[in-house]
Design a protein around this ligand. Structure first.
Ligand SMILES: [Fe+2]
Length: 457
């Protein structure tokens, strides 16, 4: 099967691969640290068939690429996530669902939409889940990457499931939300450390919005009601249902982790869009949030906006729970996205953060990774090299994780000079140096979305 079209998200290293393979004893340039034992995983869109109509990068079927690492050796696997939609389209032999840029298909005989499971991954309560914000997560078997099926918490899941749930590293609880286009627009859930869905409460917001991420602190959960709104009325009038409304405020709602809508406090700033948060924590009377902010987004529209409104930059917000004031400041004017931290500090004050350095290209590529030291207000850059582009750099802590940055940053890098892919392992304490190891992958790994490190220690 070959997908051919002029869409940049179906060409070059965005083009899908259709071969599923397992390959062990991979060639390594450098040395894989012996303390590194686990699996690096990356999710991303990989359409099984040529699209119906226009293709959006968010539309493709989820494919996992994984590198299992043990005793300095590496094994690569890639597998489609066998969702219900993937199975149906596999039997039919062509696409039966269109994507985000095409009109909805309420009368599609196979159902109104496809849960592609293509966005991110979370490990919680001994289970790997592949996530997609429009539906239930999918349970995945490790290290095989076989799909077990939709994961509904024994039928207790009553909402969609964000691609970016947050696991508290101390209590083991996992917080998630789901949003939809009918009230209640947002539902918020807490899962126990043992994987039991404890409760789900509605969160009131005035209008349906696209809500991609959120944040937690030790005691609070932070929702982002940003003005990328959805209106059925607009759609019925023949204009895009989803629009960025720059005349509306951004609203940040903070509620106690085990609270409900009656406990939420909203803070307003000027219009912006945030795909991803880096972290949040409490400090005195304040809740601090660090995230990649854009002053505008046109990501779900077919046309691009003028100017640099779509460029993400790292910002910090301080929400004062006593006075109700909010302070917003830019931390770095270097464009970056896909921020990550040492997740042992999720919800706690972190000194370091890592964010993909956006390349000056018309499609979203990262030409390096930036390490931020928030204590010293400094940053360092690891450049992937000329013509080499990487993905989200995931922090894998050393099993001797005495210091916050003691560990490695891991990502797939595509070398456009040789059209080959590698897994790059960078010492997080020495990021300007060459990678400690470059694991050569025996097939092309298309650019994708989010990764995860699962330790099997
Ligand atoms: Fe995301």
């Amino acid at each position: 099967m070959t997908v051919t079209t002029a869409n940049p998200y179906l060409e070059g290293n965005f083009a899908p691969v259709n071969n599923e393979m397992t390959s062990d004893a991979l060639k390594v340039i450098g040395t894989i640290p012996s303390e590194l034992s686990g699996m690096f995983l990356r999710n991303g869109p990989n359409p099984q068939w040529a699209p119906i109509g226009q293709y959006h990068w968010f539309d493709g079927d989820g494919m996992l690429h994984g590198v299992y690492i043990n005793n300095g050796k590496a094994t690569y696997r890639n597998r489609y996530i066998r969702t219900r939609g993937w199975n149906i389209e596999n039997q039919v032999g062509k696409a039966v669902w269109s994507g985000l840029l095409e009109p909805p298909q309420p009368n599609n005989p196979h159902g109104p939409g496809k849960n592609t499971a293509n966005t991110a991954l979370v490990w919680h309560a001994g289970q790997l889940l592949a996530t997609w914000e429009g539906g239930a997560p999918h349970a995945i078997k490790t290290p095989e990457l076989d799909t077990i099926g939709e994961y509904t918490y024994n039928g207790k899941l009553t909402s969609a499931f964000t691609a970016h749930p947050k696991v508290d590293p101390v209590t083991g609880e996992m917080m998630f939300f789901g949003y939809g286009f009918a009230p209640p627009y947002v539902k918020y859930s807490v899962v126990s450390a043992t994987g039991e869905l404890l409760r789900t409460v509605p969160i009131d917001i005035p209008m349906a919005v696209m809500m991609h991420d959120f944040a937690i602190t030790e005691n609070y959960t932070i929702f982002m009601d940003l003005p990328l709104t959805f209106s059925m009325q607009r759609m019925q009038q023949g204009v895009p249902g989803l629009m960025f409304e720059s005349n509306k405020p951004s609203r940040f709602g903070i509620l106690p982790r085990h609270g409900n809508n009656s406990n939420i406090r909203w803070f307003e700033t000027s219009a912006c869009y945030i795909f991803h948060t880096l972290n949040a924590y409490e400090e005195g009377d304040e809740v601090v949030l660090i995230a990649c902010r854009m002053s505008h987004t046109s990501v779900l529209m077919s046309e691009k906006t003028e100017g640099d409104g779509d460029i993400p930059r790292l910002y910090r917000w301080k929400f004062n729970l006593k006075t109700g004031s909010v302070r917003e400041e830019m931390l770095d004017d270097t464009p970056s996205e896909f921020p990550r931290i040492n997740e042992n500090l999720q919800g706690r004050k972190n000194r370091y953060g890592y964010s993909g350095k956006a390349a000056p290209t018309s499609v979203p590529l990262f030409d390096g990774v930036i390490k931020y030291d928030f204590e010293k207000s400094t940053s360092q850059i690891h450049n992937f090299g000329k013509g080499r582009y990487g993905g989200e750099a995931v922090f894998a802590p050393s099993n001797k994780n005495t210091y916050e940055d003691q560990g490695w940053l891991i990502t797939f890098v595509f070398d456009s000079n040789t059209e080959t892919s590698e897994l790059v392992i960078i010492n997080a304490q020495d990021i300007t140096s060459e990678p400690v190891a470059r694991v050569l992958i025996p097939q092309r790994v298309p650019y994708g979305f989010h990764g995860a490190w699962v330790s099997f220690e």
